[in-house]
Ligand binder design. Structure first.
Ligand code: ZN
Length: 456
């Protein structure tokens, strides 16, 4: 039945000579990246050194907005077959190399859309500073009802007294690095117990602490021309840059900037890593991990990207990865971008996800208005895993030519697997868009608009 479903769509006509089609919003990071970076975070938290190399004194702000957990998930037992396909793909996406994930995306796009070639825009992600103090807006009047002033909870208040006793144990250990490493092993069991109590997520804590033993090197800080590198971030940079080389003319990686990571803004502004020759072709921002789009630290980045034609994609959705981190979900509000697009009208900006997944439709409305009022504001429909979500945007907004000429197609691979657990595969995602929007609209979203966004 599934095969027939595919062949039905294969018969639908798509213009042959219409340029390269893109998945304009996807990720190719795998479990190894997450394990490396998350375990490093845990280790630094336990040692009391988190966040490493974070020496600026940012405006700390509160975390009052919606600390709800993610929405309840659908029952995966609905369809054993769908679930199996989903689970196998998720496993592959999490364990395969970034290059293999890139092949999977291009092959699936070619098959689903009957294309000879398929391109993709892999977006890096930087999670290391997500537990660090948040950066607030540079100008409090950027939005009348912006986040209220408060104190960011310290790591100790988040993790409780278990953390301080664990820290004392570590402090009592031998001071030489060799001894420390060998004795660390014997403390891991205890660390696990304490971390489990503190975090309350047994499995996660065990996995992280077990990995810690293998992966940590107590070496000096690593920097590349001023850019501070944690192990997972370094690995991801290499993998993303290698993708550009492995898929010439088809993969256009975006560099993740967290303004709290020393040297990240400066790396882009140096002109050495982003540009039309790569290795990175744009910048990815993820404000919901704890930095306001209007923070002072990002202003030089906007100026540089505007003057040098470097596109920026920013997560503009209430929910996102990881779904339990909701402290700064409000930073995804597209309204915060209005002063920035007014100040930098040439800046090509993708307000990704079209303001999706909020109970309040105001975010959709804001994205639509900013597109209509500003010629360089774009959006994408990535992570739209349900027919009704696509239909809603199509009916409410895509009939407007100004919107249609600025909205891109994207999958949010491999994050999208978590949004419809047990249901969505990459091919079914691609085919769902073809079914709901038709080949003509998809031609615009996959080829015309991404080309304009990427290259101006
Ligand atoms: Zn994404």
């Amino acid at each position: 039945m599934f095969e027939r479903f595919i062949s039905y769509f294969r018969r639908r006509s798509i213009p042959a000579e219409s340029g390269l089609w893109f998945d304009a919003h996807c990720h190719v990071f795998n479990v190894e990246y997450l394990a490396l970076e998350a375990s490093r975070m845990l280790f630094d938290i336990i040692r009391g050194t988190y966040p490493l190399a974070w020496k600026e004194a940012p405006d700390l702000i509160g975390s009052a907005k919606g600390s709800r957990r993610g929405a309840r998930r659908a029952d995966p037992r609905d369809s054993a077959r769908k679930f199996l396909a989903w689970a196998m793909e998720l496993l592959d996406a999490g364990t395969d190399s970034e290059e293999r994930n890139g092949e999977f995306i291009t092959e699936t796009g070619m098959a689903a859309f009957s294309r000879a070639e398929f391109g993709f825009v892999p977006l890096m992600m930087d999670i290391y500073y997500m537990q660090a103090g948040a950066l607030g807006p540079a100008n409090a009047s950027a939005r009348a009802n912006g986040p209220e002033e408060a104190t960011t909870p310290t790591m100790d208040s988040r993790w409780g007294s278990d953390l301080s006793s664990l820290r004392k144990d570590l402090a009592a250990m031998s001071t030489t690095a060799g001894d420390e490493l060998s004795r660390l092993g014997s403390l891991l069991g205890e660390a696990h117990d304490k971390a489990r109590k503190a975090v309350g997520i047994d499995e996660l804590a065990r996995a992280l602490v077990e990995r810690a033993e293998d992966k940590f090197r107590l070496d000096e800080e690593e920097r590349y021309e001023g850019l501070f590198l944690t192990p997972g971030f370094k690995r991801q940079i290499k993998a993303a840059a290698a993708l550009g080389a492995a898929f010439p003319g088809r993969a256009f990686p975006f560099f993740a900037v967290d303004p709290r990571r020393p040297g990240a803004v400066e790396a882009v502004c140096s002109g050495k890593i982003t540009g039309k020759e790569g290795p990175f072709y744009g910048v990815k921002l993820y404000p919901r991990l704890g930095y306001h789009p209007g923070c002072a630290e990002l202003q030089p980045l906007y100026r540089y990207c505007s003057e040098n034609s470097v596109p920026i994609t920013s997560h503009t959705s209430y929910k996102g990865f990881p779904d339990f981190m909701m402290d700064h979900a409000d930073f995804g509000d597209p309204l915060y971008w209005e002063p920035i697009v007014k100040a930098y009208p040439k800046l090509r900006l993708d307000l990704a996800h079209f303001g999706a997944r909020t109970e309040d439709p105001a975010w959709h409305e804001t994205v639509a208005r900013l597109i209509r009022e500003n010629t360089n504001v774009f959006s994408d429909l990535s992570c739209y895993t349900k027919a009704e979500e696509i239909d809603f945007i199509a009916d409410a907004y895509m009939k407007d030519g100004r919107i249609r000429s600025r909205v891109m197609f994207g999958s949010d691979f491999d994050v999208m697997y978590f949004l419809s657990p047990g249901e969505i595969t990459l091919q079914s995602y691609y085919l769902l868009f073809l079914e709901r929007l038709g080949a003509k609209t998809l031609q615009t979203m996959c080829a015309t608009v991404p080309r304009k966004f990427l290259f101006g």
